[in-house]
Design a protein around this ligand. Structure first.
Ligand code: HEM
Length: 406
């Protein structure tokens, strides 16, 4: 029964989606789900969709609206707020040329060399956490390292205090829950509320920073200008919200999932501990093996053909990054973790095309410092209990990883 091929409501699917992806890729790589979207699981189809100019990211503008869609009112409210200038679409949901304009304004701060300058600070944060944990001989990886380090780094970059980190973390989790394919109206309403709260908080912060500009990223964004073009207040708020959320919600999972993958492959953990020349490829392989973002969506703006299947313009296409990253046509024996895999860098964990993750260099730097320092300092690292998983499909990650440090 094809309806069962993709069932995000199935708990075992969310717990370990890879066998389900494999079945989909083998049986129906272009799967029209009864849930109302088309699901792609082959590497080539996913890559083509992410890179192709005939695909849009702005679902509200391009997806065919269904009659009596209960979400119409919500969309209309948001459209009204955009017109009023009180809200702006996130860069993630824009298409060229609006996307191009915004991306150009914000890219400078994220070049690999700008990010590399953060390395000593990241190393210091990681060392401090591990010093404290070493005295105890144990740690809870997510609470002590995987969350606080990226959160502190993005807060430093934006020169934001971490006083309200609990609230920001809560809002971010509610916001990313709305990306789930199983999202219901209650979760969307909660996300709208969290967005209002986050916006209110950031409005105050931005107003304060306008009066006290410094050499931080937020000040740079306030001043960013190209050919007379600037970010509006609403664009600024929307972008900073995305940075804040993306800056820690995803990297925490790369550090968590990556460490767990190594613990489950002790030979690879030992190789990484002994061989720094593996560092760069290792992070790509961990991103490929169990990436934090499992899927995203696009909408074709013309009818498109995948083999003999036509996907009509205006339909929602789900590109399953986690499935593409386990496609045996590109990654030999994809379910094995091989830190020296020559093709690891071809993974699509940061997507591809114009929306390729702006924070990729930062995420890799943070994960690389955190994971390599951990395994080199404690090469006999062990699990000290069962890992816990967040019950999510879009943003996939462990939320509990108790370790014994040796
Ligand atoms: C391992 C960690 C991360 C992963 C796996 C990840 C993944 C992604 C993916 C898949 C996209 C594209 C989504 C799409 O095309 O629909 C994206 C976009 C984006 N990411 Fe990340 N991300 C990570 C970390 C970060 C960090 C640390 C930041 C910033 C500090 C960040 C900022 C952004 C931004 C601003 C975009 C939107 C880019 C655009 O639309 O042009 N990400 N990320």
């Amino acid at each position: 029964m094809t309806e069962l091929l993709f069932n995000p409501f199935d708990a075992s699917f969310r717990a370990n989606p890879y066998p389900f992806y494999q079945r989909l890729r083998e049986q129906e790589p272009v799967h029209v789900s009864p849930l109302g979207f088309t699901i792609l699981t082959r590497y080539d189809d996913v890559a083509r969709t992410l890179r192709g100019q005939e695909f849009a990211r702005d679902i509200d503008a391009h997806a065919t609206q269904r009659e009596n869609d209960p979400r119409r009112e919500r969309r209309e409210r948001f459209r009204q707020r955009i017109e009023d200038g009180t809200a702006a679409k996130s860069i993630l949901n824009l298409d060229p040329p609006d996307h191009t304009r915004l991306r150009r304004l914000v890219s400078l701060a994220f070049t690999p060399s700008a990010i590399e300058r953060l390395r000593p600070r990241v190393q210091q944060l990681v060392d401090d956490v591990l010093d404290t944990a070493a005295e105890r001989g144990s740690m809870e990886l997510v609470e002590e390292l995987a969350f606080p380090v990226p959160f502190q780094v993005i807060s430093d970059l934006l020169a934001l205090s971490t006083e309200r980190s609990d609230e920001v973390r809560e809002w971010s989790q509610v916001l990313t829950a709305s990306l789930e394919p199983t999202v219901d109206d209650a979760a969307l309403a909660a996300a709208d509320e969290a967005s209002v709260q986050m916006s209110g908080y950031l409005s105050d912060v931005i107003a304060h920073r306008r009066r006290n500009l410094g050499d931080d990223l937020l000040s740079a964004l306030i001043m960013a200008e190209e050919e007379g073009d600037r970010l509006t207040e609403a664009e600024l708020r929307s972008f900073v919200t995305l940075l804040y959320v993306a800056g820690h919600e995803t990297t925490v999972n790369l550090i968590g999932n990556g460490t767990l993958a190594l613990l489950r492959h002790p030979d690879q953990l030992r190789r990484l501990a002994a061989d720094p020349s593996l560092d760069v490829n290792a992070i790509d392989e961990l991103l490929r093996y169990d990436g934090p973002v499992q899927q995203t969506v696009r909408v074709p703006t013309v009818d498109v053909q995948y083999g003999d299947i036509t996907v009509p313009k205006g339909s929602v296409v789900m590109t399953v990054l986690g499935a593409a990253n386990h496609d045996p046509d590109v990654f030999d024996q994809p379910d094995q973790l091989r830190l020296d895999r020559p093709s690891a860098g071809r993974h699509l964990a940061f997507a591809a095309g114009v929306h390729y993750c702006l924070g990729a260099s930062l995420a890799k730097l943070e994960a690389s410092v955190a994971i390599t320092t951990l395994v080199r300092r404690f090469p006999e690292l062990e699990l000290a209990g069962e890992p816990g998983w967040r019950d999510r499909l879009t943003i996939r990650g462990v939320d509990h990883l108790p370790l014994r440090l040796r």
